[in-house]
Design a protein around this ligand. Sequence first.
Ligand code: AP5
Length: 215
Amino acid sequence: MRIVLLGAPGAGKGTQCKYIVDKYGLLHLSSGDILRRHRSEGTQLGEKAQSFMDSGALVPDDVIIDMMIDEISRAPKGGYVLDGFPRTVKQAAGLDEALDGKGQGIDAVVNLDVDEEAVVRRITGRRICPKCAAVYHVETLKPKVDNICDKDGVELVQRPDDTAEVVKTRLQNYNEQTAPLVDYYKSRNSVYDIDANGSAEEVKGRVFGILDPLA
Ligand code: AP5
């Protein structure tokens, strides 16, 4: 299966991808995680992306398209789930061009739809482990010991772009540049709109309800 997971910042894309990967054995390709990996490794790409990411702006399309097509070309045959990419119509067209040439189009687009209020609560409450990148939430997914990663005992941190101020910019960019992708895909692919309000477990049940018949 080749799946695109769409949704606003903080909609729960990364959270649902973990469930999808565990159940269907797909590779999780998150453009945000890949960019953060480049940053922590100090690559040229990571340095270029830093100021865009910290301010909540999108990294330029050409940089992202090249980076993600390269990752996809190295994915195993079992399939993958794309999280955070594509994020503009130009990126989606670049992806289609690369995949259509190989006869490997996207099988399903899953669109997580969440109220903006919930999205802000989810993002501003998110904490991550700087060592293993595990994701927690101050209310809905607490570590066993306050602010300490369950896996490696490291103190949790807040992503620099998870502040209330930057979230406003990210949501504005999402509404202007990413939301139009839903219509782009509706004219070409099977798009499944999912109500992503409610607990992560409830949303997981809805996502599996869509993906089980396709697996
Ligand atoms: P990226 O890392 O992709 O950020 P994002 O899309 O804004 O998504 P998030 O990671 O913030 O949220 P998510 O939907 O994965 O939510 P999560 O599951 O963690 O991108 C960061 C930046 O990189 C961009 O701003 C841009 O600069 C750059 N970038 C990346 N891709 C790009 C591209 N293609 N083009 C250009 N630039 C690009 O959940 C959030 C929190 O909520 C967690 O704490 C979680 O525990 C909690 N939670 C999840 N689900 C639920 C639930 N159902 N109920 C309660 N809590 C929940």
